[in-house]
Design a protein around this ligand. Structure first.
Ligand code: MLT
Length: 323
């Protein structure tokens, strides 16, 4: 008796799921950006969602839910209905690092369904023009000579810019004084104004200010130069060998979202990323497109788990204090 009842339920769910998927989307979708408007994650979300609406036939509305290095915005999606109408955009910080730092009240793997891997970008070491250093070696020497810890802007403990800072401290022995913001957009504004000393930011966020000459760049944290910023050396070339960090991003939906709906959102994102106009925009920002064979929902799930295994030990060892 119990067996037939369960089978009936599963059939209903499967039927319900596919009926749901058939009509998906029938109204606008929300993409939750867990950082400030105008920042790198927000910029990626807006370019992507603008093109995804073509395939989905419904607009994607951007909602910026900031705070706690993006963990509040991700929580908003975890608690949303598993119907595909609420999408989480995030990255190494929000969907890996935060799990090693915060008591999130949700599980980054068990409570979210991976949808698709998005572009990534190497971090870039930048400072205010007030610092009299012209190379990475000079910057490190200048920072080491400082009587007080230099101030570094981040998007909060656990954010990409903070994890990069922890990694920089470990690689150089320099102690940084972190200044948290609700995103790297406002942090960059203060760097340009000379309110903070440096950032290890996403290239896509800082590159325009570097080109405008309002801040100084020292290196990108990769073993190859960024095509659209080929005048900036790699950390290997600039004397900090092996200091590599690339911030990858992705899309997730609440756990329990029907597979066919996940597949529809995935297909729209893949189509958007393969659009030459979108690719050009992303590459001009210094972003690197994900490999074509890594665009399945399963690929993001496997990558996220691998990154958790890689980064959590370093992050936990850093014993990051959050209020
Ligand atoms: C942002 O969009 O502000 C960034 O992704 C924040 C970060 O550094 O993680």
């Amino acid at each position: 008796m119990k067996k037939t009842f369960l089978a009936a339920c599963m059939a209903l769910l499967a039927f319900g799921g596919s009926a749901l998927a058939e009509n998906f989307p029938s109204h606008p979708i929300t993409m939750v950006v867990p950082f400030s408007a105008g920042g790198p994650t927000d910029a990626m979300a807006r370019i992507l969602s603008d093109r995804m609406k073509t395939k989905l036939g419904q607009p994607i509305l951007i909602e910026n839910v900031t705070g706690a290095a993006g963990s509040l915005g991700v929580g908003r999606v975890v608690r949303a209905a598993p119907d595909g109408y609420t999408i989480s955009i995030g990255h190494l910080g929000t969907h890996v690092a935060n799990g090693a730092i915060y008591k999130l009240g949700y599980d980054l793997v068990a409570d979210l369904e991976p949808v698709v891997l998005l572009p990534s970008n190497p971090m870039i070491i930048v400072s205010t023009n007030a610092i009299p250093a012209k190379s990475l070696k000079e910057l490190i020497a200048w920072l080491k000579a400082r009587p007080t810890p230099p101030t570094a802007g981040t998007a909060g403990a656990g954010s990409g810019s903070h994890i990069a800072g922890l990694y920089f401290e470990k690689a150089t022995g320099i102690k940084l004084q972190y200044v948290p913001y609700r995103g790297t957009a406002p942090a960059l504004t203060d760097l340009v104004a000379g309110q903070i000393d440096l950032m290890i930011d996403q290239t896509s966020n800082s590159i325009a200010q570097v080109r405008a000459g309002t801040i100084r760049a020292y290196a990108v944290t990769d073993d190859k130069r960024v095509e659209s910023a080929s005048d900036i050396p790699t950390t290997d070339e600039a004397g900090l060998s092996g200091f590599h960090m690339t911030l990858w991003s992705g899309l997730w939906v609440p756990k329990g979202t029907p597979k066919d709906i996940v597949a529809k959102i995935n297909a729209a994102a893949v189509e958007a990323m393969n659009d030459p106009a979108v690719r050009k925009k992303f590459e001009d920002m210094g972003l690197q497109m994900p490999p074509q064979d890594q665009l399945s929902a399963e690929a993001l799930g496997a990558w996220q788990k691998a990154e958790i295994a890689k980064w959590w030990p370093m992050i936990k060892a850093a014993d990051v204090k959050v209020d």
